[in-house]
Design a protein around this ligand. Structure first.
Ligand code: SF4
Ligand code: MSK
Length: 672
């Protein structure tokens, strides 16, 4: 313990200022009592670099870093700032932005590639841990990858053998990462007018890897020095993410592990149980955690846990591995990004199993203070600290790996200290939504279509659709922006689609239940929630599942009455507490798919006003979507609502909403 160091040394975070959420506040207080430093404490002691935050520091060669601070009072006249090589602020900010897109697209897409490789192993029947589970979804996605699903025998069409289809889908999918010619196949799933824009602009991704590599080349010293040209490459790479790597990850995971359907579960640290073995899985890829779920629920392991004095095994998730397990199995969510250290600080975490992305290295230091086994499982994501155990996942031995991990956690149950404190806070959540289930739930009793959703948007009960997604950021109060933005949206009849840590946040704060409709929503959305029995916030899954939002928007376009492309829809996107480079890639593919996208916190191009203006104004003229930054939650939500209202007006459906929201007295006055 480092109690002494903390008392004399750095400042401690104020729990109430650090988090909007009570169990996190309780754990911050406990961390201080135990002398354990967390991200919240570091955030009050280490200030971000004011130049870096604005995107105007270049370290792309050893003549730098070249820092180009904005002059006091802003820029009047020509912007003469230059790096040693002459790179302008626009070039530097655009290169930095492009590298963020490259990293984000790489992270999502490499996740997708790993799933595709496991899919291939399952299709070849090389592993007993995985099999093709959702054949209906396989048949649905195959044509998008140019894989035939039927064959003609004696003039009669018959369905092809499922194993054959699976193998060809695996080959076609893997090809998308590195094919030598052609363009990304899934682009054809977008509305035609959007495809026409991409064609005209020449931004169709050729293959996923190439677009990422090309960003790295273009941003090398002395290559691409035109911010408009750089942003075109950002568009290619981000589309390769949203309509490529992420969409393939989502689809292949659905086929392998099952397409989510709505289910009930719980969220927050209070899901951990004092008398159970607690295993927390954290990260993004569900390939190992899927098997851990199966193993942890097996009678053999439950019996084994009892021999060690535990009443059972409680699995819980953090970040997007949590979302994956929640969506398909109803495994409860222990917390979002900023709660990962907190799960260990309960003293009741017997094993934390991590894979890739958003895993803080400080977990190892926190785990050292307890009995917790911190287990890394991915070859590309290891930790230097010597208390970390590495059990490398291999799809061919997934059952053995998962069994070893679950057994280790069970054996560790007896090593728990007496000082356990699990916050007694958790909320019920209905999660597991997707393109298919929205169609089913909002499609009415007899027709599984998006018509009814569109009708309700047209008649104004639903004012519009918002995608609110993304991380927490320790530079802002944990969860506050997420919740205030969402509450303002649903209060004004905007239905919210959520993914990632925003989904977890909404669950923890009780917004993922149909009953939330009556408490927090405007009259139109409340009526829909009550009639259909859905929450006003629909949880669509993990970060890669933002692709579900793209496809849901496409289905809305197809159902008719709301314009011809995504940019015509009364819809907007938001990441109120973003921190990850993946969020920048997601934002860029949303913008270039036609979505007005608002970020909270800071924006990494603000130090280069011309380039910043290009992103926030000029892109709209090309793609119909653009970037924005709003740091106040109510302004943030209203920027989205105003955009939605603008689109309603353009569609000529603004009057319908005024009619539907009239109360009885207004109607009677009209009739009279
Ligand atoms: Fe400086 Fe140019 Fe080198 Fe960047 S590339 S560090 S701006 S000299
Ligand atoms: S986990 S990327 S903190 S949403 Fe997908 Fe959460 Fe952001 Fe990671």
């Amino acid at each position: 313990m480092t109690e002494k160091t903390i008392e004399k040394g750095p400042k401690l975070a104020d729990p109430i200022e650090a988090s909007y959420e009570v169990s996190t506040q309780e754990m911050i207080v406990r961390s201080h009592k135990l002398g354990i430093e967390t991200i919240f404490d570091r955030a009050v002691n280490m200030k971000p670099c004011n130049i870096g935050i604005q995107g105007i520091c270049c370290k792309n060669c050893a003549m730098g870093p070249c820092r180009l601070p904005l002059p006091k009072g802003g820029i009047e006249g020509e912007d003469t700032r230059k790096g040693l090589c002459g790179a302008t602020a626009n070039t530097i900010a655009a290169r930095n932005f492009a590298r963020m897109v490259a990293v984000g697209a790489a992270a999502h897409s490499d996740h997708g590639r790993c799933v595709a490789e496991v899919f291939m192993a399952a299709a070849k029947k090389e592993t007993n841990a995985y099999r093709i589970k959702d054949t209906q979804k396989l048949i649905a996605i195959a044509p998008h990858l140019n894989v035939a699903t039927t064959v003609e025998v004696d003039g009669v069409k018959q369905q092809r053998d499922i194993d054959e289809i699976a193998l060809e889908v695996a080959e076609a999918a893997l090809n998308e990462w590195g094919k030598s010619s052609g363009e990304l196949l899934y682009l054809k799933r977008a509305p035609q007018p959007l495809q026409d824009i991409w064609n005209k602009e020449g931004v169709n991704p050729r293959n996923i890897d190439r677009e990422i590599v090309e960003i790295m080349h273009r941003t090398h010293m002395g290559v691409d020095q035109d911010y408009k040209n750089l942003i075109k490459q950002c568009t290619r790479a981000s589309l390769a993410d949203g309509w490529g790597g992420s969409m393939l990850a989502t689809d292949l995971q659905d086929v392998l592990f099952g397409t989510p359907t709505p289910l009930q579960s719980e969220a927050n640290l209070g899901i951990m149980k004092k008398d159970h073995v607690n295993i927390i899985v954290h990260g993004h890829e569900p390939v190992l955690s899927e098997v851990i779920v199966a193993v942890a629920q097996s009678q053999e392991m439950l019996d084994y846990a009892k021999t060690k004095g535990a009443k059972g095994i409680q699995l819980g998730g953090i970040c997007c591995t949590a979302n994956e397990m929640l969506q398909r199995h109803g495994i409860p969510t222990a917390g979002n990004f900023l709660q990962q250290e907190m799960a260990i600080i309960t003293g009741a975490c017997d094993a934390m199993v991590v894979d890739i992305q958003c895993v803080m290295q400080n977990l190892a230091n926190v785990a050292k203070c307890f009995h917790t086994h911190l287990i890394t499982t991915h070859p590309i994501a290891r930790m230097e600290q010597d208390n970390v155990i590495h059990i490398e996942f291999n799809e061919h031995y997934a059952l053995e790996d998962a069994t070893r991990i679950v057994k280790m956690a069970i054996d560790n149950f007896q090593n728990r200290g007496a000082d356990v404190m699990i916050p007694q806070h958790k909320a019920t959540q209905i999660a597991g939504f997707g393109v298919e289930s929205i169609e089913y739930h909002l499609g009415g009793t007899f027709r599984g279509t998006y018509y009814t959703l569109n009708d309700n948007i047209i008649n104004g009960r639903i004012r519009g659709i918002a995608g609110v997604v993304g991380c927490n950021n320790a530079r802002s109060r944990h969860n506050e922006m997420h919740i205030k933005v969402i509450k303002e949206l649903i209060k004004n009849d905007v239905i919210v689609l959520t993914t990632g840590c925003d989904g977890i946040t909404a669950a923890i704060h009780g917004l993922l239940t149909p009953e939330a409709g009556q408490v927090y929503c405007g009259p139109g959305l409340a009526e829909i929630c009550e009639t259909v029995g859905i929450p006003p916030v629909l949880h669509l899954g993990s970060c890669v599942d933002n692709s579900r939002i793209l496809l849901a928007a496409t289905e809305v376009v197809k159902a008719g009455g709301l314009g011809k492309t995504i940019a015509d829809l009364p819809a907007a996107g938001s990441a109120p507490e973003w921190m990850s480079e993946k969020a920048i890639s997601i934002g860029q593919y949303f913008v270039t798919s036609g979505v007005y996208t608002v970020f909270g916190g800071t924006f990494p191009t603000s130090g280069a006003p011309v380039f910043h203006n290009y992103l926030s104004k000029e892109l709209e003229k090309i793609y119909g979507g653009m970037w924005d930054l709003k740091t106040d939650p109510i302004e943030h939500a209203w920027a989205m609502i105003n955009h939605i209202d603008k689109k309603r007006k353009e569609l000529g459906i603004d009057k319908a909403r005024e009619r539907v929201l009239m109360d009885m007295a207004d109607r009677q006055a009209l009739e009279g």
